[in-house]
Design a protein around this ligand. Structure first.
Ligand code: B12
Ligand code: SF4
Length: 630
């Protein structure tokens, strides 16, 4: 058999740009002479549901609903239904950037029907009532205003879809809770056996259409996140129902993280194989096996069902070096059909959901791999493997030639400063203009001089972990940075004109209320001193792959026992003797951050954000200012 390989992205990932796994796998397979194609079924699903025909199908479901169950969003949709039908396709075309002149009509607010989501705009009315978005966005241009209104409009329709058709639908995840750290397959099995919702049956049709178009013998289904997993199984279900001989394979970030102890035979009613970690070597081996050139025992990092039980086979062959994985290809993906939405006021989140970015990795894995909260035991962090700057810029140039687009999101967990410096020099040597952004560690090798060089090479934004801003906790996390150093590095990026986003954390083992107040004070000062412009608080989650989960005793916590695992394993609950109510503190942290991002409350005592009484900060009032001048 000469395999024809179709790679698919199941719903949902993000709307504005393709998730890169199918592009990587397709590019690699083609470089090895395999006939390989790809489809983004997540985007296709959204475009089908958010069309005139899709809205009619939703409307038909509403007609069958008892009146008492109709929510305000549904009632609004029914009342203005004909306007929704008339405007949905123009609004989508506008968000796709295919009909920009519509901005004037949308921004005028007489064109799109407005539902409950538009009530949020009232929060932004200025005192004189003159400019509804003035406070939030400043002088927002017509295009952006219109995109924000069109996004609220889509969100209204998505609410209707959720409330009338399928409560599990979101634009960036679908039925996530069925997979996330689920020890048993039971919830997924039950959902997969239930009658399909409109979302499911639409996905079925799209899957069959892709099979019809490409006639694959092997389908690679990529599940990067828990929010793709239910969609992945529905796709596999449709394939197996259509033709059980088509070989189905599951892989991606979710499998790499959560399915390492897979023992559930029912998974293999849907998938013939599940692979772990980078896909290149396991797929090559599998294709050789399917062609009869390799025995089953010579597979690489592959689960399969054998006589009713799950077996894991790994003959131990090494991965393809990062230098040799080839260039991803976006060929076959409808690049002009992705939607740039604008619903986040956080500037970094805006980059994530706005614009079409080519996603590329500067290196495989993390060069630091020490942080104790991070999944450092997993291959995608622990196996660091870099490519030369000239290989990277060759890839960049090939991607630009193919897509015509020069914006890059470097999707590394932490792009290495040395590699970024070399990349900047190589781009300059070739006189190649691009824009790029990505994740880094705020480490001291990012000197003001290097930040300037990176800006000159096209760097527009960086994100990095400040985590819990506390030198004691940063040490316990082995983050390898101090608050002072973060201040200097972030300031150097800002001075170079690069937007800085900080990942902030709370709830780390042994973190006290005092630590939280002090961390917020550091964050306040960093905003006030213009070091960072954007941030996001994550509540610490302990995973079984991170040093905290592997050696809890070293962090003063005890893990709650996990049930028997047959399916997914990732998060683990723990008891911290400090007994702090982090959930309550988190509300204050989020409120403060939201205001800081809009330049508000920067002179106020941080205690004012908390509902409960908290101690005064121990941080000197001018700590960050001094760090910048010392
Ligand atoms: C960049 C990144 C982001 C970015 C961009 C996301 C995006 N939509 O593109 C941001 C910061 C926005 C983000 C957000 C989130 N992320 Co993220 N992200 C990453 C990161 C660092 C890189 C992803 C990437 O582009 N890799 C490059 C591609 C090519 O690699 P890949 O997808 O892994 O594919 C390879 C293999 O997995 C395999 N493979 C892939 N598919 C298939 C299919 C088959 C059949 C086979 C055989 C092999 C195979 O082969 C590929 C090539 O080797 C990964 C960690 C990592 N290092 O991979 C986390 C990671 C994927 N994210 C993760 C999570 C949880 C999330 C969030 C859900 C977090 C949250 N709670 O909000 C959101 C979801 C966002 C969304 N809906 O889009 C987890 C998923 C783990 C899990 N539990 O399932 C990961 C693994 C990190 C982690 N441990 O936390 N993320
Ligand atoms: S948190 Fe970031 S820098 Fe730290 S080990 Fe993980 S990937 Fe590397």
């Amino acid at each position: 058999m000469i395999p024809r390989v179709l790679s698919v992205i199941p719903p949902m990932t993000q709307l504005n740009t393709p998730y890169p796994s199918t592009a990587y796998l397709t590019g690699f397979l083609r470089s090895r002479g395999v006939v390989a194609v790809q489809e983004d079924l997540a985007l296709a699903l959204v475009l089908r549901l958010f069309s005139a025909a899709g809205l009619r199908a939703i409307h038909a479901r509403i007609a069958a609903m008892p009146k008492a169950q109709r929510t305000p969003a549904i009632k609004n949709f029914e009342r203005q239904f004909e306007r929704y039908v008339a405007t949905i396709e123009p609004a989508v075309a506008f968000l796709q950037g295919r009909d920009t002149s519509l901005a004037w009509r949308i921004a005028g607010r007489d064109f799109l029907p407005e539902g409950p989501r538009f009530a949020a705009l009232d929060a932004y009315v200025d005192d004189d009532g003159s400019d509804p978005l003035g406070w939030a966005f400043g002088a927002l241009g017509i295009q952006d205003r219109a995109r924000h209104f069109a996004t609220l409009y889509l969100n209204d329709v998505a609410d209707v879809l959720r409330e009338a058709v399928d409560a599990r639908f979101e634009f960036v995840r679908y039925a996530e809770s069925l997979a996330l750290s689920q020890p048993t397959f039971e919830p997924l099995a039950t959902a997969l056996a239930a009658p399909p919702t409109l979302v499911d049956s639409t996905l079925d049709q799209l899957t069959l259409a892709a099979l019809d178009k490409h006639r694959p013998s092997v389908v690679l289904v990529s599940a990067p996140f828990p929010g793709n997993v239910y969609g992945a199984f529905r796709i596999a279900q449709a394939i197996k129902k259509h033709d059980p001989a088509i070989v189905t394979v599951l892989g991606g970030g979710f499998a790499n993280t959560e399915l390492r102890e897979l023992a559930e035979p029912r998974v293999f009613d849907f998938f013939d194989y599940v692979t772990l970690d980078d896909g290149e070597r396991p797929i090559l081996s599998l294709l050789e096996h399917l062609r009869g050139e390799r025995t089953r025992e010579q597979l690489v990092r592959t689960f399969l069902r054998d006589a009713g039980t799950v077996r894991y086979i790994d003959c131990g062959e090494p991965d393809i070096p990062f230098n040799e994985v080839g260039t991803p290809t976006w060929d076959g993906l409808p690049l002009d059909r992705y939607l740039s939405v604008l619903d986040m006021l956080n500037p970094m989140h805006r980059l994530w959901s706005d614009g079409r970015w080519n996603k590329l990795t500067v290196a495989h894995g993390c060069y630091w791999k020490k942080c104790t909260f991070c999944d450092t035991s997993l291959d995608y962090i622990s196996r660091y493997d870099a490519a030369s700057a000239s290989v990277l810029v060759d890839r960049i140039e090939a991607v630009i030639a193919e897509t015509g687009q020069t914006g890059f999101h470097f999707v590394d967990e932490a792009a290495p400063p040395k590699a970024l410096a070399a990349l900047a020099d190589e781009l300059q040597r070739r006189n190649r203009a691009i824009s790029w952004w990505g994740n880094i560690r705020f480490e001291k090798s990012f000197t003001p001089e290097l930040c300037q060089r990176l800006a000159a090479s096209g760097c527009i934004a960086v994100s990095g972990g400040l985590e819990v801003a506390s030198d004691r906790l940063l040490k316990l996390m082995q983050k390898g940075v101090s608050v002072e150093q973060v201040a200097r590095v972030t300031h150097a990026f800002t001075e170079a004109g690069i937007l800085v986003h900080a990942y902030l954390m709370y709830g780390f083992p042994t973190q006290t209320v005092q630590d939280t107040v002090d961390a917020l004070e550091y964050v306040r000062q960093l905003f006030a001193a213009g070091c960072i412009q954007s941030g996001f608080w994550h509540r610490f989650a302990c995973t079984v792959h991170a040093p905290v989960g592997l050696h809890p005793e070293q962090f003063g916590v005890t893990l709650k026992p996990l049930p028997e695992i047959k399916f997914a394993k990732n998060d683990v609950q723990f008891t911290d003797p400090t007994g702090v109510d982090h959930a309550a503190l988190g509300v204050a942290l989020n409120k403060a951050l939201y205001n800081y991002m809009h330049g508000l409350g920067l002179d106020d005592d941080v205690r004012g954000w908390f509902d409960q009484s908290v101690p005064k900060t121990r941080v000197p009032r001018h700590f960050i200012e001094r760090a910048l001048t010392s």
